[in-house]
Write a protein that binds this ligand. Structure first.
Ligand code: FEO
Ligand code: CA
Ligand code: CA
Length: 672
């Protein structure tokens, strides 16, 4: 169906925060895609019951699901399981969207709608593994941080865990720790060169992933960290945890280093941003802005300069975070291949706390926002993958083999191999060819490589996977306005691609899929794969939201009356509830208010009725979002509260959540 959009008008460019805190994508570094390609912009299935670890758990394991709910088809998530013996009134379900919108604000608080409550579940420094000490801001150590909840929580998901001995519902909360704000973590911080080695090691230990058990509080929608008793699932991944490299590029010469001549064993994961939850009960984590961790003490081997440039890595002497002072592998002059060992999708099996996490090379290497898995009509696994950089691309992986249902160890091993063989594609969006203000069209998936055969001339399978951006540049995909989360709606089957912003797009570079120059508020593209099959190689697309102040004529809210919607800017992470409503978290609100979480129906007369559900504290971005399977609780990751230029521990810009130094945290919101 065609939808009419108003003529879009150029905005003045406005860069948001400078790069004091991170090399995110909003700063003014050069755009690394120099090509002249066209500018066209379930529930975790019953598989969890397979796990022998859970077999001793009480019944009713499917209490919660990830926000990134998965389904083999649109109907699969239509009837969410409810907690046993549930007699709760419908009024506590969030998927009814019957809340009064929170007004834009600049409060240093997590502001939720009237009638709702909120509480922190886990904050930076909270004990994760047994023997972890209590958090002490003034006496941090690397050893303590490696056992505590990390910094800057991003992707968050929940897997069911049955009930405790006392009958309380339990779950696993898995959380990415994307990066660190050293200037807010340490008093007197100037830079990595002046830092103590211990401070650098603390920062390295504050990266990665946390797995923690959580428990429902009473019969409420509130959840809390389990801080006592058996904690066999709790674990931390950090910048030094051993990983195994799998898939076609594992062992390739480009992945070998002095410390690892096998090219198959990597220490650590970095800049894990968003992610996904697989139907077989594992979690995926996207290594995003990994380039910022690398430095160069001298020249770079000329053989690597072109690729390094395309990934924003040093091409000559350059400073990084000074981690080479702790471990020489971060110096690309001495260890050029070390950078090739980051920028992958990580797969973690949270139900097996002794398992070694994998880096899945078949899903390509770029600044992975995340990976969300759904199933094709024939049962193959499909992963949608965004490369979060201005003018970069949307990718899709389709597995060779089919997902198997079942609970045996053999079936689990089979499903754990799905992401190692298949085909990696990149997307091309084509408009309908008319300059009539309609923003929709068709598109296709261009193959880059399978596990056996490269489709890119002059590049082998492994080369395509290691330098995926260089490979994609050769097949003319569409340059997008920073593809962040890309996720399939488990109720409708449509796929939503979030383009967060792109202040660098000029008027001559606009296209129908990226229609706004100096796009500072971002937009969301709705994709319908042919025949509703995620395994298809063709799709239809249309813009669902063009974000900003609804009074701005360039905005579009799915055709809904713009006088009745909440302003929204810089969409980033998304989730779906049981009704198929789209929940949208924002990062970098360019309208002057705090970031927040919004919800909107995507079908029917309320399509595009965007309402703000919460706002996060000063300086924070909103990540995570999860709507619990019983629709009673919304979880959000509050990333970098107080991250405002000039803020320090002596002069914090935020005191959230406990009134002293700001601490990134996952919070839950519920209605009693
Ligand atoms: Fe880490 Fe693309 O946001
Ligand atoms: Ca993100
Ligand atoms: Ca972001």
């Amino acid at each position: 169906m065609k939808r009419l959009l108003p003529l879009l008008t150029p905005h003045g460019s406005r860069s948001r925060m400078t790069c004091t805190f991170r090399c995110g994508n909003a700063c003014d570094h050069p755009v690394p895609n120099p090509t002249d390609n066209p500018y066209f912009g379930d529930v975790v299935a019953a598989a969890v019951s397979r796990r022998s670890l859970l077999k001793g758990s009480a019944a009713g394991a499917l209490v919660l699901s990830a926000g990134g709910a998965l389904a083999a088809g649109p109907a699969a998530a239509a009837a969410p399981p409810q907690p046993e013996g549930s007699t709760r009134p419908l009024g506590t379900r969030v998927d009814s969207l019957d809340f009064e919108p929170v007004a834009p604000n600049k409060q240093d608080a997590l502001v939720v709608p009237r009638g709702f409550q909120q509480a922190v579940v886990a904050a930076w420094g909270d004990p994760v593994v047994p023997s972890a000490p209590a958090f002490d801001f003034e006496h941090q150590t690397p050893a303590a941080q490696a056992k505590q909840f990390g910094y800057n929580c991003d992707y968050s998901t929940i897997l069911p865990l049955g009930r405790s001995r006392t009958g309380q519902e339990r779950a696993l909360l898995i959380v990415n720790h994307e990066y660190t704000d050293e200037i807010l973590m340490f008093r007197g911080w100037t830079d990595g060169k002046a830092a103590s080695l211990e401070q650098l090691q603390i920062a390295m230990a504050a990266h990665g992933v946390s797995v923690v058990e959580i428990e429902r509080v009473g019969q409420t929608g509130r959840w809390k960290l389990v801080t006592s008793g058996r904690r066999s699932f709790n674990r931390r991944l950090t910048a030094t945890t051993p990983f195994v490299v799998t898939g076609p590029a594992a062992g390739h010469e480009l992945l070998t280093t002095k410390a690892d001549p096998t090219g198959r064993r990597v220490l650590g994961t970095l800049n894990d941003c968003a992610g996904g939850t697989t139907p077989w009960g594992t979690t995926l984590h996207g290594e995003e802005n990994f380039n910022q961790y690398f430095e160069a003490s001298g020249a770079i081997d000329p053989a690597y300069v072109d690729a390094f440039k395309r990934y924003g890595l040093p091409t000559g002497p350059a400073a990084g975070k000074s981690w080479a002072r702790v471990d020489e592998r971060f110096d690309l002059t001495k260890n050029p291949h070390e950078a090739n060992r980051f920028g992958w999708i990580v797969e973690l099996d949270p139900y097996d706390p002794d398992s070694t996490p994998r880096k899945r090379t078949m899903l390509g290497r770029f600044k992975h926002e995340g990976a969300t898995v759904t199933l094709a009509a024939d049962g193959r696994a499909v992963a949608y993958l965004g490369d979060d950089e201005r003018f970069d691309y949307l990718y899709k992986f389709v597995s060779r083999d089919r997902y198997k249902r079942g609970s045996s160890a053999t079936i689990h091993r089979h499903n754990m191999s799905l992401l190692d063989a298949g085909t990696l594609y990149v997307a091309k969006f084509t408009g309908d060819g008319t300059a009539d203000g309609e923003y929709d069209g068709i598109g296709g998936w261009i193959p880059l490589t399978s596990d056996k055969k490269s489709y890119v001339p002059g590049m082998s399978v492994a080369e395509v996977l290691v330098n995926t951006r260089l490979a994609a540049d050769k097949v003319s995909p569409t340059k997008m306005d920073r593809p962040e989360d890309v996720e399939r709606n488990p109720v409708t089957g449509s796929v939503y691609m979030v383009c967060t912003n792109n202040s660098s797009r000029t008027a001559s570079q606009v296209d129908e899929a990226n229609p706004r120059p100096a796009n500072k508020h971002g937009h969301i593209v709705e994709i319908d794969e042919s025949r509703g099959d995620a395994g298809s190689l063709r799709f239809d697309w249309r813009l669902f939201l063009v974000c900003g102040d609804p009074n701005d004529p360039s905005t579009y809210f799915g055709g809904y009356d713009k006088s009745k919607v909440s302003p929204i800017s810089c969409p980033d992470n998304v989730a779906f509830d049981a009704a198929g409503n789209l929940w949208i978290a924002t990062d970098g609100n360019a309208l002057g208010s705090n970031d927040g979480l919004f919800a909107t129906p995507v079908k029917g007369p309320e399509r595009g009725h965007v309402k703000q559900f919460l706002t996060v504290p000063l300086g924070a971005e909103t990540c995570g979002p999860i709507v619990s399977q019983d629709q009673r609780t919304v979880f959000v990751a509050v990333q970098h509260p107080g991250e405002i230029d000039g803020a320090t521990p002596e002069q914090p810009a935020s005191h959230w959540p406990y009134g002293d130094q700001p601490r990134p945290a996952v919070a839950c919101v519920w209605k009693d």
